[in-house]
Design a protein around this ligand. Structure first.
Ligand SMILES: [Zn+2]
Length: 450
């Protein structure tokens, strides 16, 4: 049906005149380039089925009215407010835009076999990669994301701001600016065979030792525009020399970072695989525990008691063990992945059964951006209902990022961030891997082909 512009409008005019005698709603344009006027869209979306992100059940036919970028109302039935563009999704299930609580949008999903690429890149070069990642993430239905660490400092901030200004296409972002990590820790890009003098300063902004240094680095991150702070409490899987089960930061160092963040009203995401580091981070007041691979029953009890959420990336172990092997990622990474993947999935099941909040975090960049929804089926296999898995990526995620009043549900006042899939994701959670409609701030970024 692609014709010249004149031909299309003539055909559309004839077609609409035949069925709509009164005011014809104009068709919804798709944002295809930049710049665009972010969060400015108005549209009435008629949904065959609606999962609003909060309610325990889906609703039948309902209309989500978005005005000037925000949800104005959600009404039963197919409503067509006068003069408004109407989007007919009666054959689809609508949901709030999804949120990935653990991404690295600035990093490519294809470079773990040689991380030294980050030594040579400029911020501008990395920024171009980041834009591709952000677009892929949004078009997969993730309209919100936390970026929990970038090797080249502040590329995440530039991306966030460009998206907010309508100069890039991507999710609403919270950014960390850089990793807070000990020397040669999981966030410090020390690579065997490379002298430390090769590592440019912009890759080591958050490297610190001792509470006072961590406090300073944390303050600098906040001053630079970080929306949250990311610290590396334990060893990492995809970093050289680290042992996931062992401490890297000491409790008083974690506490120093948490105190700075909370004094500024922002949250702390603590990378912690090992049981001791998880404990340290919860007791220091971290808001989310990232990975939590080797979580023990005491950690689970503490997380429950302190209201700490877990962000467990339970899919990517499969990717690392297959594609990572094919791409000849470092043997050490592959081994540590095997040591943590199944343990993490069993911990997920136990933590969920105990009632701990688990938010949707994938560690995308370990695998290509845009495949973020591959984690849903694992979460369901390991104990969540489909609705629980959806809420982990919508209202629950929004609450734990401090944005419950902005995103994560289709309720009046929230941003008009809505996605749609064919079929019923409550019956088949893999439907979320094929998002056919993406609306953000009332603007369409993706619509069905027909
Ligand atoms: Zn990560």
């Amino acid at each position: 049906m692609r014709r010249t512009a004149g031909g299309v409008s003539w055909l559309v005019a004839i077609g609409l005149a035949a069925v709509l005698p009164a005011v014809a709603a104009s068709p919804m344009p798709v944002v295809s380039g930049v710049p665009y006027n972010a969060d400015s869209g108005s549209v009435a979306v008629q949904c065959g089925r609606l999962i609003d992100g909060v309610a325990a059940q889906a609703q039948g036919l309902a209309t989500v009215v978005i005005r000037s970028g925000r949800v104005d109302s959600v009404q039963p039935g197919a409503v067509a407010p006068t003069g408004m563009t109407v989007l007919d999704l009666k054959l689809y299930t609508c949901l709030p835009g999804l949120i990935d609580m653990h991404t690295h949008l600035t990093d490519s999903g294809h470079e773990t076999s040689d991380l030294s690429v980050y030594y040579k890149r400029t911020q501008a070069e990395q920024g171009a990669i980041a834009r591709d990642s952000a677009r892929a993430t949004l078009l997969a239905g993730f309209t919100g994301a936390r970026d929990v660490g970038t090797y080249i400092a502040w590329v995440d901030r530039d991306l966030r701001d460009a998206i907010n200004q309508g100069n890039a296409v991507g999710p609403r972002m919270q950014i960390a600016g850089y990793y807070l990590t000990v020397p040669a820790g999981g966030g410090d890009l020390v690579i065997p065979g490379h002298a430390e003098s090769e590592i440019p300063p912009q890759v080591r902004l958050g490297v610190a030792r001792g509470p006072e240094q961590f406090r300073q680095k944390a303050e600098q991150a906040v001053a630079g525009g970080a929306d949250l702070l990311k610290l590396i409490a334990s060893g990492a899987v995809l970093a050289f020399g680290g042992v996931p089960g062992e401490r890297e930061m000491m409790p008083e160092e974690i506490k120093a970072v948490v105190d700075v963040a909370h004094a500024h009203g922002i949250k702390v995401a603590a990378h912690a695989h090992g049981a001791q580091s998880i404990k340290d981070a919860i007791l220091a007041g971290a808001d989310t525990i990232e990975h939590a691979s080797l979580i023990d029953d005491e950690d689970i009890r503490l997380a429950q008691e302190h209201g700490t959420a877990l962000s467990m990336d339970v899919y990517n172990g499969d990717w690392i063990d297959t594609v990572g092997r094919e791409e000849k990622w470092p043997e050490e990474f592959l081994r540590k992945n095997v040591e943590t993947t199944e343990a993490q999935r069993q911990g997920f099941t136990r933590a969920h059964a105990a009632g701990v909040d688990i938010v949707y975090g994938t560690d995308a960049a370990v695998y290509p951006h845009g495949l973020n929804a591959r984690q849903f089926p694992i979460m369901v296999q390991r104990g969540m209902t489909p609705m629980e898995a959806i809420q982990s990526a919508t209202s629950l995620a929004a609450r734990h990022m401090g944005w419950a009043d902005r995103i994560g549900s289709l309720q009046p006042g929230r941003f008009g961030d809505l996605i749609a899939v064919k079929g019923d994701p409550l019956e088949d959670i893999t439907r979320l891997q094929d998002v056919v409609v993406v609306i953000k701030g009332g603007l369409a970024f993706k619509l069905p082909a027909e």
